[in-house]
Design a protein around this ligand. Structure first.
Ligand code: ZN
Length: 195
């Protein structure tokens, strides 16, 4: 009795998929390894919401492609891991990313602040080599970007109680090997808003 229901569920999940064009803009040339790791992380985090991301560079946009949804994702500061420096990041709260809100509506313009996100690297093991550090930075950039994309795609200014859509994220969680996730409620909020 369970099998037909399962098949139907799989079919309906596979049949519904929204493509979202993400146009990237960088203040300064980022680390390629960090950008690849960032894309991979965001793709993974948004897949359960039925979102298929099409990554593009804003500078390459000729307006020849059309997407159901578009987001301009800007990276401010230097998205490149520097040499390791001793000491943990300050415990004060800093803004890692923002999205534009006008009259209660979240507009498709998000920003990730790399110089603030980079502080998470103080939680990467000191022996980590250059590639590992760039990948860790990419993971952190991806988690912050995914949080901002939640606001835009769900058109939500509020935060969730659980998961990556919470109001604050600790810096060590941004580079943690423990997978980040959106709660079931957040996944549903994104799906509902895109439908
Ligand atoms: Zn937020």
């Amino acid at each position: 009795m369970l099998r037909p229901a399962l098949v139907a569920l799989l079919f309906s999940t596979a049949a519904w998929c929204q493509s979202v064009g993400i146009f990237l803009e960088f203040d300064s040339t980022p680390s390629r390894a960090a950008v690849e790791a960032m894309k991979h992380e965001v793709d993974q985090l948004l897949r359960p919401s039925g979102v298929s991301l099409k990554w593009r560079l804003a500078a390459d946009n000729r307006g020849s492609e059309s997407f159901a949804n578009l987001v301009l994702l800007k990276f401010q500061g230097k998205c490149r891991a520097d040499a390791w420096t001793a000491g943990l990041a300050p415990r004060s709260t800093r803004t890692l990313g923002t999205s534009k809100v006008v009259n209660g509506q979240v507009l498709p313009f998000s920003e990730v602040r790399c110089d603030a996100v980079k502080q998470a690297l103080s939680y990467v093991r000191p022996e980590a080599d250059g590639v590992e550090r760039q990948k860790a930075l990419g993971l952190a950039m991806g988690r912050v970007a995914a949080h901002e994309l939640y606001h835009v795609l769900a058109n939500a200014t509020a935060h969730a109680v659980l998961g990556l859509a919470r109001a604050a994220e600790s810096l060590d969680d941004l580079v943690s090997a423990r997978p980040a996730f959106f709660s079931a409620e957040t996944v549903e909020a994104i799906r509902k808003a895109l439908r």
